[in-house]
Design a protein around this ligand. Structure first.
Ligand SMILES: NC(=O)c1ccc[n+]([C@@H]2O[C@H](COP(=O)([O-])OP(=O)(O)OC[C@H]3O[C@@H](n4cnc5c(N)ncnc54)[C@H](OP(=O)(O)O)[C@@H]3O)[C@@H](O)[C@H]2O)c1
Length: 269
């Protein structure tokens, strides 16, 4: 089976372009696909159509269970059912949408509230643990969480989270606190919105100087930084040239001084 890719191709907000863009991403070299059974933002069946002809064992497929509060009327489960049943129904529908009998990673899209974890979150996690034990997902993880929530989850998890997927703000030290908990607990951090959440920092003179020194784009520097500090990166670009540029970040080596400068760019910008 495929190792965890360093880049995941994100499929949010692509609607009926999903199939075409995922095929394009595969052709450009992406092997990790991130989606969700949340029709409001993702067209999971479009991602499934794109991968149908691709060897399954060469792909890393990640999808998510989303609470009803994050969904529109197109629900992938019975909203009146208890949480373990909702997780099962959502998961089975994801397998159908993706045309597979297992996923590589199954993610809780976000806890029920911004602070703490509820009894419902624990019930959902237990259902996800069962899916992992049954071999139906290789890994389980959680998204949109604080450092405290990750620590709490680790305190009761029987199957520990393999991934945390968060929006990564430079002004929060690139989510430094959550990354520190992940490092301590052996969790791989997945960063999204690395470009769109950090527009000001990307336009700074510091970034321009580093990019110019290496003769590459600022966006490539951001991804190279994120990869070098241990993140798995998400990109949802629709442009084949940007797909190539983003993937090329794997080969860009930044110096320890450059890494330190970018880590603290919010105060340096
Ligand atoms: N767990 C969650 O709650 C959650 C939330 C949001 C997103 N996600 C996941 O993360 C994925 C990525 O989302 P995102 O928020 O990071 O935004 P995104 O959809 O990846 O948007 C990135 C933006 O950066 C541009 N871009 C990318 N590479 C570029 C390059 N090399 N040069 C110039 N511009 C470039 C893109 O424009 P072009 O298209 O023109 O390249 C696009 O406007 C989503 O598809 C989804 O899978 C998860």
């Amino acid at each position: 089976m495929i190792d965890i890719p360093r880049f995941l191709y994100g499929t949010a907000w692509k609607e009926d372009r999903t199939e075409r863009l995922v095929k394009l991403a595969l052709a450009e070299g992406f092997r990790g696909i991130d989606t969700a059974n949340q029709r409001r933002h993702y067209y999971e069946a479009g991602a499934g159509a794109a991968i149908r002809a691709f060897p399954r064992e060469e792909l890393f497929l990640q999808t998510k269970y989303t609470y009803v509060e994050g969904q529109d009327s197109r629900l992938p489960y019975d909203p009146g059912a208890d949480f373990p049943t909702q997780v099962r129904q959502s998961f089975e529908r994801s397998l159908l949408n993706l045309g597979t009998d297992y996923v590589d990673s199954y993610i809780l899209h976000g806890p029920r509230s911004r602070r703490g974890l509820s009894k419902g979150d624990e019930e959902v996690w237990r259902a996800m643990e069962a899916l992992q034990r049954e071999g139906r997902t290789r890994f389980i993880g959680v998204s949109n969480v604080t450092a405290e929530q990750v620590a709490t989850l680790c305190s009761f998890a029987e199957v520990r989270p393999a991934f945390v997927q968060n929006r990564c703000f430079a002004r929060m030290g690139w989510d430094r606190q959550t990354r520190a908990v992940c490092r301590r607990e052996g969790i791989t951090y997945q960063g999204f919105s690395l470009l769109t959440a950090n527009v000001e920092e990307l336009q700074s003179a510091v970034m321009a100087r580093i990019a110019e020194k290496h003769g590459v784009s600022v966006t490539r520097v951001v991804f190279a930084f994120a990869l070098q500090v241990g993140m798995v990166c998400l990109t949802g670009t629709s442009d084949p040239a940007h797909m190539r540029d983003d993937l090329a970040a794997v080969d860009l080596v930044l110096s320890p001084e450059e890494i330190e400068t970018i880590e603290t760019i919010s105060s340096a910008a």
